[in-house]
Design a binder for this molecule. Structure first.
Ligand code: NAG
Ligand code: NAG
Ligand code: NAG
Length: 452
């Protein structure tokens, strides 16, 4: 190893130690997206916040908690039987005094939209990030659908200064690490149970479901299951409710379905069997810093999690559930290119596992690939170019022979020979395409270092 490479490797190991200082610290934050704020235009039927000349309607049967950030003058308001306004300092309502803002010349009735049926188990209603800062910056992570809904070791956030209503009607206990509601962070069951008795909580949480808080991190360094597989049907029904329960069409042949995901994807699934040495956070960081963060891998997204799969060693008798690490890679390519970029990265990861798997606590790795093109687009293109070149050469050759033979007056007898020669060439060509395909492996630009 030359000294330059050694330096790079040292820097990389140092970086990964630095990033992992503090042990298995991954906490995923999941933030509820919808709100019932007064100033949110999309909460009103006319898609605008009511102004002074409007009459505001809350249906009498609406059950809602509404956060009001500013002061509003108004002409009239019909209130629901069961609801509350939460007023920020300085916020409130005053009678219309004749002054109004531009754009508010015509008076109309403006109704508050229904806030019912926003389901806890709807994966589209949550943002997920690895830190509070990343949540604020909008740096969200990619997850399989089941894990987009809060998992048992996640911290859940309902943003401060927002009101909301969420349907938690569920047979299953909802288990979380912590839950933050309007700026108050609950980490113990007793405090949360008390809060759940309040009138605000009854407006915010709809249904009979129960939330239980563990206040502990995942205790297993090889990772913890999300714990949402019992709710799989419900999660997928919520995800696909606007597309008549139909998954979007994918462009690749033999699309694959990751565990915990609702629909098939084009891309890659790597399934790892691991030993006691495996540390999911170390490994996730390794993949990020050695591969995913490279500019050439822009546009690829990875989800890594522990999943349970039925073990069927001989393909006949199920031996019970076993835990695996599932890595899902997708890219943003489309059509015949879908999944090809992810496949290239997967090949790099598989090489890394072949070299360093023992050290990383990886026992076996299984690769499933679904791409838009079965042969790989690159070899296909090259074969086409080769065909054109050969075609031109043949044409020139034939032209030469024709010119030559024209003089000798032997043209007629040769026309069948031309056909034969073309057919022969075609057979050669097929062999040629095969070689190109094999020779078209992905170059390795990056030599991972062995930190051992
Ligand atoms: C407004 O409410 C909708 C629906 O609840 C939500 O999706 C959106 O993020 C909210 N917008 C803002 C700016 O809070
Ligand atoms: C709530 O408390 C937990 C446990 O102490 C912490 O990990 C989490 O970051 C806190 N959530 C917020 C929103 O501050
Ligand atoms: C894919 O993502 C990369 C990086 O974010 C971006 O540069 C590229 O334009 C995207 N390609 C498509 C087809 O969206």
């Amino acid at each position: 190893m030359d000294s330059n490479l050694a330096e790079v490797c040292f820097a990389r190991i140092f970086l990964s130690l630095l990033l992992n200082f503090g042990g298995t610290s991954i906490a995923v934050y999941k933030q509820w997206i919808p709100n019932t704020n007064f100033e949110n235009a999309s909460n009103w039927d006319q898609n605008r916040v009511p102004c002074a000349k409007d009459v505001i309607l809350f249906g009498s049967s609406k059950i809602v908690s509404v956060f009001v950030q500013a002061s509003h003058s108004l002409t009239g308001m019909y209130l629901p039987l069961n609801g509350e306004f939460i007023l920020a300092p300085g916020a409130g309502f005053a009678a219309f005094d004749g002054n109004y803002n531009p754009g508010c010349e015509t008076a109309s009735e403006v109704s508050f939209n229904s806030a019912e049926n926003y389901e806890w188990y709807d994966p589209t209603l949550w943002h997920a990030a690895t830190s509070l800062e990343n949540l604020d910056l909008g740096k969200y992570i990619f997850l399989v659908d089941e894990e987009r809904v809060p998992c048992q070791y996640d911290d859940v956030i309902f943003q401060p200064e927002t009101s909301f209503r969420v349907n938690i009607n569920s047979e299953q206990m909802i288990q979380l690490k912590s839950i933050s509601i309007m700026g108050q962070n609950f980490t113990s069951d007793s405090a949360l149970t008390e809060y759940m008795q309040s009138s605000s909580a009854k407006l915010q949480f709809q249904g009979q479901g129960k939330v239980q808080l563990s206040h502990t991190r995942c205790p297993d360094r090889s990772g913890c299951e999300c714990g949402n597989s019992a709710a799989h049907e419900r999660i997928c029904a919520a995800l696909l409710q606007n597309s008549r329960n139909q998954c979007p069409e994918v462009t690749c042949k033999d699309a694959i379905k990751p565990d915990g995901h609702c629909c098939e994807i084009c891309g890659v699934i790597i399934t790892l069997k691991y030993s006691a040495d495996f540390d999911i956070e170390l490994y996730r960081n390794r993949i990020f810093h050695t591969f995913l963060n490279l500019p050439r891998n822009n546009g690829i997204q990875m989800a890594m999690s522990k999943v349970q799969k039925l073990q069927t060693p001989l393909g006949i008798v199920p031996r019970g559930l076993d835990s695996f690490i599932q890595i899902v890679l997708i890219d943003n390519k489309t059509g015949p290119y879908a999944g090809i970029h992810a496949e290239q990265l997967a090949n790099d990861i598989m090489k890394d596992i072949a070299e360093h798997g023992k050290f990383l606590g990886i026992v076996t790795a299984n690769l499933q690939v679904a791409t838009g093109s079965t042969h790989g687009i690159s070899s296909h293109t090259i074969a086409t170019i080769a065909w054109i070149v050969i075609g031109i050469l043949l044409a020139l050759l034939l032209l030469g022979i024709t010119l030559l033979l024209h003089k000798n007056d032997a043209l007629r007898s040769l026309s069948s020979w031309h056909l034969f020669s073309l057919w022969n060439r075609k057979k050669d060509q097929e062999g040629f395409e095969g070689t190109i395909k094999e020779g078209f492996d992905n170059p390795m630009f990056d030599t991972p270092c062995n930190p051992a």
